[in-house]
Design a protein around this ligand. Structure first.
Ligand SMILES: [Zn+2]
Length: 467
């Protein structure tokens, strides 16, 4: 007491006493259900706003600690009214979502479709190992240090975690820093409160999370089943494609204009007289590396001078750091400029990436209504899609001579022969309005999700028989 007066109010804890208080030692799996709201990280209407909100009617998380698996199943409803921002808005009625991680495989299920989602791997592993009992197990496995009531450990290349126990040795908060494709390092905070006893196992009935300083989850837990049966077999298509982002398919649309697809997000490459323009570097560094390799494979002797970023949404800007590491100038709307400058200058200490290693300082140039890139022969117009509620600073690339439009998220064509949407997508209606207002003659749309379509498909999708 004389040596350490603080000890009187903040008695040191130990991993063993926390594990015992939580009932963690006998837990091999757990399932908990609840409801509340969640927020789609990285999908805000503009970079300075909170993440867009969704109502979570039901939420079931099943975790198997022995197999390092976690399965989230949500039924969600539209939360923003009117719809603003991304994350699959507008949600019509009830939408079921399933997200799974098992070891180093991660995927999402929508209806019968199974899609690999490696970009989400670190976040889902962090979610798994920061569950109330998972964090105790991870602390033990990763030789955590204990200081006062704080338990700290690192999973190298993925995240650093500090878990704090309350006076009853129950985990009350998590402060983590994770590796992030867009942000370098990202702060993730979780608050666990209102613990109750579920068959000898303590579990919080209130869970609140923030990611990057904005709320991401606010959940009330109604039911907890310790040691529930949790099986998450990795589907064959996921197991057979361990590196889905490596696959890049290139297709020439017009002389020197290429569509780079092969996964959930596309890019485009435009050849100018003495340089190249890359439109969009989505997902993460792995995808960026594959796209950059394909760009160099198509044309070896011209440097990429400009990287067009359509908007700041994280799924579309996750490869920007890798492109900036090559000294490429990023061009975007003014709305995104300060955010991207900050993201491209941010440290990546958890997992130093290409940009961190390059030591390069990225250049970001903004535009308001329009900017024209030309080499005297080819012209590329970068134009603001004004008034689009998907994003305040969304830009498209228009090639007037080729009559080609490259756009993201304003219009995503459905697969061929899919039934038409029950109602017109407001973002697509706005795109068509902009094309008309600006009098842009378009033959083909190169969407940054989905397949190339004639512009007539856009008009059909929004219920206009004639353009
Ligand atoms: Zn978006």
């Amino acid at each position: 007491m004389l040596l350490s007066p603080l000890a009187a109010t903040a008695q040191d804890t130990s991993l063993d006493s926390v594990a015992k208080a939580m009932g963690a030692t006998g837990i091999k799996s757990i399932q908990y259900t609840g409801s509340g709201v969640n927020f789609q990280v990285g999908q805000n209407y503009s970079p300075d706003l909170p993440w867009p909100r969704f109502i979570v009617k039901s939420y079931t998380r099943a975790v198997n600690y022995d197999t390092a698996s976690l399965r989230d199943e949500l039924v969600r409803l539209q939360g923003e009214d009117p719809p603003r921002g991304g994350g699959g808005q507008p949600v019509r009625g009830e939408q079921r979502q399933i997200f799974v991680v098992s070891g180093d495989f991660t995927w999402a299920m929508t209806g019968d479709a199974v899609n690999p989602t490696p970009v989400a791997l670190i976040d889902r592993q962090l979610q798994l190992w920061t569950t109330p009992h998972g964090v105790v197990k991870a602390a033990m496995a990763n030789k955590a240090t204990v200081q006062g009531r704080a338990i700290a450990f690192t999973v190298p290349g993925k995240f650093r975690v500090k878990a704090t126990a309350d006076g009853q040795n129950l985990i009350e908060r998590i402060d983590a820093v994770a590796s992030h494709a867009v942000l370098g390092d990202v702060a993730v905070e979780i608050r666990y409160s209102d613990y109750k006893d579920f068959g000898g196992v303590k579990f919080p009935t209130k869970i609140k999370q923030t990611v990057g300083g904005h709320p991401s989850l606010d959940l009330s837990v109604s039911d907890v089943q310790p040691n529930a049966t949790v099986e998450t077999a990795v589907p064959d298509p996921i197991r057979q494609t361990p590196a889905p982002y490596a696959r890049v398919t290139s297709q020439m649309i017009a002389e020197g204009v290429w569509f780079l697809s092969g996964g959930s997000h596309n890019s485009a490459r435009i050849e100018m007289k003495d340089h190249l323009i890359l439109v969009e570097s989505p997902l993460n560094e792995d995808r960026a590396a594959a796209v950059l390799a394909e760009v160099k494979n198509l044309v070896a002797n011209k440097p990429i001078k400009y990287m067009v970023a359509t908007h700041h949404h994280f799924d579309h800007s996750g490869g920007l750091r890798a492109v900036a590491a090559e000294g490429v100038t990023v061009v975007t709307h003014d709305v995104n400029k300060a955010f991207l400058e900050k993201a491209l200058a941010a440290p990546a200490t958890v997992s130093p990436d290409r940009l961190a290693k390059s030591g390069k300082k990225a250049t970001v140039e903004g535009l308001r209504d329009k900017r024209v890139l030309t080499d005297g022969i080819r012209t590329v117009e970068l134009v603001h899609i004004a008034g689009n509620t998907h994003h305040a600073g969304l830009i498209m690339a228009y090639l007037p001579k080729e009559k080609v439009l490259i756009e993201a998220d304003a219009y995503t064509p459905l697969p061929p022969n899919a039934p038409p949407p029950p109602a017109a997508n407001p973002f697509s209606v706005n795109l068509a309005d902009n094309l008309k207002r600006l009098d842009l003659a378009v033959d083909q749309i190169l969407p940054l999700h989905g397949r190339i379509v004639p512009v007539a498909e856009l008009h059909k999708a929004i219920g206009h028989a004639h353009q």
